[in-house]
Design a protein around this ligand. Structure first.
Ligand SMILES: Cc1cc2nc3c(=O)[nH]c(=O)nc-3n(C[C@H](O)[C@H](O)[C@H](O)COP(=O)(O)OP(=O)(O)OC[C@H]3O[C@@H](n4cnc5c(N)ncnc54)[C@H](O)[C@@H]3O)c2cc1C
Length: 363
């Protein structure tokens, strides 16, 4: 921290960005007060839980570039180097980040979807060399428990995934140990230098708004994009990496999680409805899962979750820097992918580091 850095910083929102920023700023010697509308340790799906808890935790620059742009790819590549550096300093009980690539497959009748995915990938990242086509045998070698009927696939070697709930918990412990002033169950509004609650206003040197979709009442350009997920548990099958299933109506993925659990996601619906998963979505997610391997038939459904991805019209993130107020939002379906670039940009500004990492965020 330099002499001119803000001393006492308020961060509303203890989701992904809020926790990361609080952690990094506390380590730099700033005083941080973290306001969270819900619980700081949300164990059950609930209406005000951060999207960060619902997310799959894929760090997938190639797959996400296909639905966004080359900037997302570059920020995603930055994430692949930044996450291990951050995690090396985090006191976590087990490994949280894995870079084992991801697998993209399609059933024989849907191969055109896989071919289209590859065409789009080449179009957005023409220089990309880090994916390989796989045949049936190579798919089986990578993931022996998958249904052997998958005859063609793509291996996106550079992609990674993170055990996101364990990560959020570990950062939570760390920021408490570092002395954060935590205010749970406190819904706030923001202004320059100010946090506004129902009954009071408090002044700070700086406010960094990390409320995700919760900022909508003060940011009319923000929208929520509904995503529904399933979590299952089974010892009958093992996967080492995320698997994406291309399909004409939906593209679903399955991500291995600790303790024989798998997360299956996610629908992407233009709706700000956070009510429970629909029957149709649960059928689509579970039938896709079953086609990946019939061994999933005996898996136990342990959770169904719904949340809203915070997004702007172009689905790209924004960091807005004003005197006394920084807002960071719109991470859409790329939160874990883009958070390192967003957080490092904000830290560079606050801690007066010599250069900004990704200036395109500041538009
Ligand atoms: C189904 C699904 C799957 C996803 N999968 C992935 C993935 O695989 N990879 C990836 O990179 N990204 C993924 N994402 C996206 C990622 O979760 C989000 O981009 C990311 O969580 C956004 O981070 P955030 O900190 O801006 O918001 P959030 O994580 O939502 O955190 C916002 C926090 O602010 C709090 N809050 C809200 N309003 C207020 C208020 N008024 N006062 C105080 N606190 C408030 C909320 O309770 C919450 O804790 C997924 C999202 C969903 C929904």
């Amino acid at each position: 921290m330099t002499n001119s850095s803000p001393h006492h910083i308020a961060i509303p929102g203890a989701g992904l960005l809020g926790r990361l920023l609080a952690w990094q700023l506390l380590q730099s010697g700033c005083k941080v007060t973290l306001f969270e509308a819900g619980s700081f340790t949300p164990n059950q799906p609930q209406t005000d839980r951060a999207a960060a808890f619902t997310a799959a935790g894929m760090i997938a620059p190639l797959s996400e570039a296909v639905v966004s742009d080359e900037g997302v790819y570059r920020m995603g590549q930055f994430a692949l180097t930044q996450w291990p550096q951050w995690l090396a300093t985090l006191n976590a009980p087990a490994s949280l980040f894995f870079q084992r690539g991801s697998l993209v497959i399609a059933h024989p009748q849907d191969l055109s979807e896989l071919e289209q995915f590859e065409r789009e990938l080449k179009f957005v990242i023409p220089q990309c060399k880090s994916y390989h086509r796989l045949n049936q045998q190579q798919i089986q070698e990578l993931e022996p428990d998958l249904n052997p009927n998958f005859a063609q696939g793509l291996f996106l070697a550079e992609e990674g995934h993170i055990n996101n709930r364990e990560l959020l918990t570990a950062i939570g412990h760390e920021i408490i140990a570092l002395g954060v002033n935590l205010r749970e169950f406190t819904k706030v509004n923001v202004a320059a230098h100010k946090i506004i609650t129902e009954n009071s206003e408090e002044n700070f040197d700086l406010v960094i708004d990390c409320r995700g979709f919760g900022a909508k009442s003060q940011d009319t350009k923000l929208r929520g994009v509904r995503g529904e997920t399933l979590h299952v548990e089974t010892k009958e099958i093992q996967l080492s990496r995320p698997v994406r299933l291309m399909h004409p109506r939906y593209q679903l993925y399955i991500v291995p999680k600790p303790n024989h659990r798998f997360m299956i996601g996610a629908t992407q619906i233009e709706s700000e409805d956070r009510s429970p998963i629909t029957l149709q979505s649960s059928l689509e997610l579970s039938s896709a899962l079953y086609t990946l391997s019939p061994a999933f038939a005996e898996a136990r459904i342990i959770e169904m979750d719904t949340n809203l991805r915070p997004a702007y019209m172009d689905n790209l993130p924004r960091v807005k820097i004003q005197n006394g107020l920084i807002t960071a939002n719109g991470l859409f379906r790329h939160g874990y992918l883009l958070a390192p670039a967003v957080v490092e940009n904000i830290l560079a500004h606050i801690l007066k580091k010599p250069e900004l990492v990704f200036t395109e965020l500041l538009n």
